[in-house]
Design a protein around this ligand. Structure first.
Ligand code: SF4
Length: 509
C-alpha cells in the first residue's frame, strides 16, 4: 500500500493524484495542535482550516479514494505530523510514501528528514499550484543587487503571456497602472455587499474548545461565512468578477468605516488552502476583461493580476530564497512588546481601533489596513518583528508563514533592510486621512502636529526617522525626508521627539 500525505493547506481537488481512484493508495490527513500553542489563535482561523480539511476529505471519500483522517481529539492523535505519519505507516504496512512539496520551511525540512530515515521509496511531488518554482526568483535575480517586485512581475507576465500583445508589448502599452488606482471611496456611494456563506461549524468549535487550544477573536460557528470548498471558492471568484472587479483597482487602497470588504475579492484563504488555483483565477479575470471591455477597464484588472501574479509569487520566492535566516531579521533593532490594546482595540486612535475590532470580528483585514495602519504602527513605535509576526500569523484566516513573513518583516517592518521594499513604508496622519475616513471620527486631530490633541502618528513619524537615521539614511528614497527634518528649527525637532517619547512611554502602561 502506498501512503500519500495531504498537508492542511493542500486542498487541491484538481491535483493529478486524484485523477484515478486506486485501492492501493491511502491518503493521510490530520488535524494537530502543532504550532498552535505558541500564542492564542483567532478562532475563525482554526474553524476555517479544520472545516475546509474535513470537507475536502469527505469529497475525496465520496469519489472512492481511501482516506485516513486523524481528528483533533482522536485518542491516538500524536498531535505531531511526524509521529502520526510513522504510526499510520506502521499500522497499514506502507511500502511507498509520497507527499506534495510543502510551502512551510520547517515542514519541508521535517519531511525530508523523515524520508531520509525510511527504508521504503519516498517521493516529493509538485503541489501543482503556483506559477513559479521555489527558486525561480533567486535564479531570476542572480547577480543583481536587489530583487524588485516590478521586474519580477514583468518577467512573469511575459513568461505566461498574460495581458500581452503578440509583439511582446503589454496591453494598453503600460505594465502597471498605479496612478489610475488611487481613488477614495465616495462618501455618498453605497458600498458593495460582500458574498458570505453560511456554515454550521458548531461541532468543530466544540472540538477546538475541548482540545485546549487557546483562542481569541469572535466567531459565529453556527453561521460561518468563509468559503470552505472549491465550489464555494469558485462562486466567490465569480461574484468578485461580476460585482467587484469593475471598481477593484480604483478603490484597492482605500479604507472606510462603512465597509470592511469594499471591492476586495477575499479569495486569500481559498487560494492559500489551494482550493482554487491562481492560474484559473487570472484566466477568469482576463476572460472577463476580454468579454466586458465596456464595464471593466484595464487598470482594474491589472491591479488584481499584479496582486496574484506579482506580489504573491514574489513573496513566495523571497521566502524560499531567505529562509530560515529571514525569520530573525531585525534591521531596525526594534524591541517593543505589543501594546495591550491590540488584544481588544480599546484605544483613542480611531484607525487602530477600527482595524483591531474588525480583525477580532472577522479574522481578516485587507492589505492596506494591514500595511498602512497595523504595520505602520508597529514600525513607527518599534514593535519587535517577532511580536509583529506572531500577531499577523495568528490573527488572520488566510495566514501561512510563506506569505506572512515577507509581508511582515519585509514590506511592513523593513526588518530585512530592503530585501522586499525599496524604503520603509512609514505614514503620518496626512496619508492615512487621504486614503480613509477614519480620521473624521477620531479623538485626535490629523492636521495638528504638536498640540495635546495632535495625531500621535505625526510625531511618531519623525521619531522613527530620527532614531533610525544610521540605518536608513543610506537609502536614496529617504534623502528628502532627512532634508526636511534637518531644515526644521531645532526646537521643533525637539518638540516632536518629546511628544513621541511621551506617547511611547504611555504604551504598555
Ligand atoms: Fe489614526 Fe491619527 Fe487619523 Fe486618528 S487622526 S484616525 S490616530 S491617523
Amino acid at each position: 500500500m502506498k501512503l500519500r500525505l495531504i498537508l492542511s493547506d493542500q486542498l487541491n481537488t484538481n491535483h493529478s493524484w486524484f485523477k484515478q481512484q486506486n485501492d492501493n493508495v491511502l491518503y493521510l490527513m490530520m488535524e494537530t495542535k502543532e504550532n498552535l500553542d505558541y500564542v492564542r489563535q483567532h478562532k475563525q482561523k482554526l474553524l476555517a482550516k479544520f472545516a475546509s480539511m474535513r470537507l475536502f476529505a469527505n469529497q475525496l471519500e465520496s469519489q472512492g479514494h481511501k482516506i485516513c483522517y486523524i481528528h483533533l481529539n482522536d485518542k491516538d492523535n500524536e498531535q505531531n505530523t511526524g509521529w502520526n505519519l510513522l504510526k499510520t505507516m506502521e499500522q497499514n504496512r506502507i511500502t511507498a510514501f509520497e507527499y506534495q512539496k510543502p510551502d512551510n520551511y520547517d515542514t519541508d525540512v521535517e519531511l525530508k528528514q523523515l524520508c531520509d530515515g525510511m527504508d521504503i521509496p519516498t517521493t516529493m511531488v509538485s503541489s501543482e499550484h503556483f506559477f513559479t518554482e521555489r527558486n525561480e526568483l533567486s535564479t531570476f535575480f542572480a547577480g543583481k543587487k536587489r530583487p524588485r517586485i516590478e521586474s519580477y512581475y514583468k518577467h512573469l507576465r511575459k513568461k505566461h503571456r498574460i495581458f500581452m500583445y503578440e509583439d511582446g508589448e503589454p496591453y494598453g502599452g503600460k505594465w502597471i497602472y498605479l496612478k489610475d488606482n488611487k481613488d477614495i471611496f465616495p462618501e455618498k456611494s453605497p458600498p458593495p455587499v460582500p458574498l458570505l456563506f453560511h456554515h454550521n461549524l458548531a461541532d468543530i468549535e466544540k472540538a477546538i474548545d475541548e482540545s485546549g487550544i487557546e483562542c481569541t477573536g469572535k466567531a459565529n460557528s453556527r453561521d460561518f461565512v468563509w468559503p470552505l470548498t472549491r465550489n464555494e471558492a469558485m462562486e466567490q471568484l465569480d461574484y468578485f468578477i461580476n460585482t467587484l472587479l469593475p471598481e477593484y483597482g480604483k478603490y484597492q487602497n482605500t479604507m472606510t468605516m462603512r465597509s470592511y470588504t469594499l471591492f476586495h475579492s477575499r479569495l486569500s484563504f481559498a487560494l492559500n488552502q489551494k482550493m482554487i488555483n491562481p492560474r484559473e483565477v487570472i484566466d477568469k479575470v482576463c476572460e472577463a476583461y476580454e468579454n466586458k471591455h465596456n464595464t471593466i477597464s484595464l487598470p482594474q484588472v491589472e491591479a488584481f493580476v499584479r496582486k496574484i501574479l506579482g506580489y504573491r509569487e514574489y513573496m513566495r520566492g523571497i521566502y524560499w530564497q531567505h529562509m530560515p535566516e529571514y525569520r530573525h531579521k531585525n534591521h531596525l533593532f526594534a524591541k517593543r512588546t505589543l501594546p495591550d490594546f491590540f488584544r481588544d482595540g480599546n484605544t483613542d486612535m480611531n484607525c487602530i481601533k477600527q482595524v483591531i475590532k474588525q480583525n477580532l470580528n472577522e479574522g481578516w483585514l485587507h492589505h492596506i489596513q494591514r500595511q498602512a495602519i497595523v504595520g505602520n504602527f508597529f514600525m513607527l513605535t518599534g514593535v519587535h518583528p517577532d511580536e509583529a509576526d506572531t500577531w499577523f500569523s495568528s490573527m488572520f484566516v488566510d495566514a501561512n508563514e510563506w506569505t506572512q513573513l515577507p509581508n511582515t518583516r519585509g514590506l511592513s517592518q523593513f526588518a530585512d533592510a530592503g530585501i522586499v521594499g525599496s524604503k520603509p513604508y512609514a505614514f503620518s496622519a496626512k496619508y492615512i486621512s487621504k486614503i480613509s475616513d477614519y480620521c473624521n471620527h477620531c479623538k485626535y486631530n490629523k492636521g495638528k502636529k504638536l498640540t495635546p490633541d495632535a495625531c500621535p502618528f505625526n510625531a511618531l513619524y519623525w521619531h522613527f526617522y530620527h532614531r533610525n537615521r544610521k540605518r536608513l539614511s543610506w537609502i536614496l528614497r529617504t534623502k528628502n525626508i532627512y532634508e526636511t527634518w534637518d531644515a526644521m528649527e531645532a526646537k521643533t525637532r525637539q518638540a516632536y521627539l518629546k511628544k513621541a517619547d511621551a506617547f511611547l512611554v504611555s504604551l504598555n502602561q
